[in-house]
Design a binder for this molecule. Structure first.
Ligand SMILES: NC(=O)c1ccc[n+]([C@@H]2O[C@H](COP(=O)([O-])OP(=O)(O)OC[C@H]3O[C@@H](n4cnc5c(N)ncnc54)[C@H](OP(=O)(O)O)[C@@H]3O)[C@@H](O)[C@H]2O)c1
Length: 234
């Protein structure tokens, strides 16, 4: 039987690949979830109509007022908003630094107990990659605004509907040869998508967790896949 929990957690990015698993996982463990998205209609398509355990609110993390409204009266907040390609005012700086800071500052102001900020593996303010650098700056900005924030730094995540494994499988099926970035020597540490929400829920419940996994090389990752798909070697 699922334990009941009258605490509400706001999930920004709850319509996304990882965020929707976090929403489902929190609900299945009795939390009330407020899903904050620019597309509340999408929330209803994914999770059904609002009810005692689910509330959908329209929010844009660039907009302070909508962020504040989404956080009113909540116990916890998870920021699972992503941006992988910059366009217009949607830049790595505006989303991963400024808006991340906005969510953290408004969470403190609203008296939220727990803030979990989903960042990315290797987040580093000194990185040559603009994306990685902004993730590092974002973590510092969140930490400055909400001292007790918890940071999750996932590696690439796989699971149904992902953009990683699904794309690789499609390309392996279609292409006669497979282009391996980094000459096949790039180290990856893929994580299964359902491992993430379990960790987030445990963090909200103040217990620790660890998710150590063996690193893998792209080549050693691809070859078993090709065998499983019963594709001929190059
Ligand atoms: N997927 C991975 O392999 C992976 C690996 C490492 C780290 N991560 C990190 O995990 C987090 C989630 O990634 P994901 O892959 O699940 O992302 P995703 O599938 O691309 O989902 C992005 C989410 O962000 C929301 N969003 C974007 N801009 C917004 C805005 N201005 N205001 C409010 N919401 C906004 C979208 O909601 P609406 O469009 O409905 O508003 C959507 O729910 C990100 O921090 C990402 O960097 C993911």
């Amino acid at each position: 039987m699922v334990a009941t929990n009258d605490r509400t957690v706001t999930v920004f990015g709850g319509t996304g690949f990882l965020g929707r698993r976090i929403v489902r996982h929190l609900r299945s463990h009795g939390f009330r979830v407020r899903t904050a998205s620019r597309h509340p209609d999408r929330v209803h398509r994914l999770f059904g109509p609002d009810g005692p355990q689910l509330q959908s609110v329209g929010a844009n993390i660039h907009d302070e007022r909508s962020v504040a409204e989404a956080l009113a009266g909540t116990y916890g907040v998870v920021n699972a908003v992503s941006l992988y390609v910059e366009h217009g005012r949607e830049t790595f700086h505006s989303v991963h630094v400024e808006s991340a800071q906005r969510v953290a500052a408004q969470a403190l102001r609203a008296g939220v107990d727990r803030l979990i900020h989903i960042s990315g593996i290797g987040a580093d303010t000194a990185s040559q990659s603009r994306y990685i650098r902004k993730r590092g700056e974002g973590e510092l900005a969140v930490r400055a605004a909400f001292g007790d924030a918890l940071f999750v730094r996932p590696a690439v995540i796989f699971g149904p509907d992902d953009a990683f494994l699904t794309t690789i499988l499609k390309l392996l099926r279609q292409l006669p040869i497979y282009p391996m970035f980094g000459r096949g020597r790039t180290r990856l540490q893929p994580a299964y998508v359902l491992a993430g929400p379990c960790s987030e829920r445990r963090r909200l419940q103040r217990s620790s967790s660890s998710a150590a996994r063996a690193s893998t090389l792209t080549r050693s990752f691809l070859e078993p896949l090709r065998t499983k798909l019963d594709l001929r070697p190059d």
